[in-house]
Design a protein around this ligand. Structure first.
Ligand code: HEC
Length: 124
């Protein structure tokens, strides 16, 4: 029997199509896995924010304060340092609640202002 010279090409093509199918299925299940992990992470963060008891001033500052006060809170340019501030804790609470000059007020939720001011005072 004479072999059809096109058969090896058909086999390779079939293998290639099979591989594409396999990889796309693999991709779909990976995507679902990644989405599930991301959702879990987001849910966890939102929960942490909602519970006032677990307010973390350091993490909050990393998100909301370092853009102006610098990532070591030493200040930068016209933004004053938070480290070693001359203000009292009560004055800090006032700045956080009402703002001061270019410093926006209301960044820190009211129920967390005490914890935030105490944390600013604790910076050295
Ligand atoms: C948009 C930029 C900006 C952001 C964001 C910002 N600040 Fe400020 N902050 C300022 C500026 C400007 C001043 C100086 C205000 C003045 O004295 O006129 C200031 C002053 C302060 C002071 C008083 C310091 C002193 O010794 O006079 C404190 C305390 C302070 N900020 C805390 C915070 C905290 C905590 C956060 C994060 C929740 C924060 N700031 C986020 C701009 C910012």
């Amino acid at each position: 029997m004479k072999k059809n010279p096109i058969i090896p090409f058909i086999l390779i093509m079939a293998f290639g199509i099979g591989l594409i199918f396999f990889l796309s299925m693999e991709g779909v299940s990976n995507k679902e896995e990644i989405a599930a992990t991301e959702e879990a992470a987001e849910g966890g963060a939102a929960e942490g924010e909602a519970t006032a008891g677990s307010f973390d001033p350091e993490a909050f500052a990393q998100g909301k304060c370092i853009s102006c006060h610098g990532n070591t809170y030493e200040g930068q340019g016209s933004f004053p340092a938070l480290v070693g501030t001359a203000l009292s804790e009560d004055e800090i609470k006032d700045v956080l609640a009402n703002g001061k000059g270019a410093m926006p007020g209301g960044l820190v939720p009211a129920e967390n202002i005490d914890a935030m001011a105490a944390w600013v005072k604790s910076l050295e």
